[in-house]
Design a protein around this ligand. Structure first.
Ligand code: CA
Length: 239
């Protein structure tokens, strides 16, 4: 049963049947839902409702999803509200742009209600992206330990030698399990504008990190057409 304490979600989707499916599943899962059929209405609803999450279709008449995303990010009142984009097949380029504009995640149509709810829960759980990612964090996954204080990685107690760039890269990914990073985001966070590195191709650095992770290499997942993410830990079922 929905309760007054559950999170509020603003849905922006112009296709009535998809909007209804989204609304039905979110309400059934206990969320409070405000549904909007276009971007202009959506922006008004977001400012009025101050939701905990926005589910945003990319292809909208009038203001498209990317423009809605841009406006949310540029307004201090709304810039910290997480956004999950809803994309169609072939919209990977827009997904990349949206992530770089500050969206938190995306689901591709067609998606199952189960997949959608998993993404919603994951984004609500992990909160906003921390720009200080890493420092002080000690991330443990099985025998893999990524230690942010010591700038050290061990596998089953054995130290793994990473370059500074590889260390930052692994750290950013591991500190945000489940979050997709685009190549540009990883490049600017792991390498930075001024750093002197031999290869600015992020795929090369990811490849090197994976080789050094050995049996844990698959923790870094390739998200086709979009970027990379660190695997989420196995989920406990919701209480
Ligand atoms: Ca649409």
């Amino acid at each position: 049963m929905p309760t007054a304490t559950r999170e509020k979600i603003v849905l922006i989707e112009d296709e009535a049947d998809i909007l209804e499916v989204l609304r039905y599943n979110l309400v059934r899962a206990g969320y409070r839902v405000v549904a909007c059929g276009n971007g202009e209405e959506g922006l008004v609803a977001i400012r009025r409702e101050a939701p905990q999450l926005v589910l945003l279709d990319l292809m909208l008449p009038g203001l498209d999803g990317l423009e809605v995303c841009r406006r949310l990010q540029s307004d201090p009142l709304t810039s910290s509200i997480p956004v999950i984009m809803v994309s169609a097949k072939g919209e990977e380029a827009d997904v990349v742009l949206g992530l770089e504009l500050g969206a938190d995640d995306y689901v591709s149509k067609p998606f199952s209600p189960r997949e959608l709810l998993a993404r919603v829960r994951a984004v609500l759980r992990r909160g906003p992206l921390r720009t200080d990612a890493g420092d002080g964090d000690r991330i443990v996954r099985g025998g893999l330990v990524v230690d942010g204080n010591k700038h050290q990685v061990t596998i089953d107690g054995e130290q793994v030698t990473l370059t500074a760039t590889e260390m930052r890269l692994l750290h950013i990914l591991a500190a945000h399990p489940g979050r997709v990073f685009t190549r540009d985001q990883l490049l600017s966070r792991a390498i930075g504008e001024n750093a002197v590195v031999i290869d600015r191709n992020i795929d090369v650095h990811v490849g090197a990190v994976r080789r050094k992770l050995g049996d844990y290499r698959d923790l870094i997942e390739t998200v086709r057409g979009v970027g990379y993410r660190f695997q989420e830990p196995a989920q406990q079922p919701d209480p």
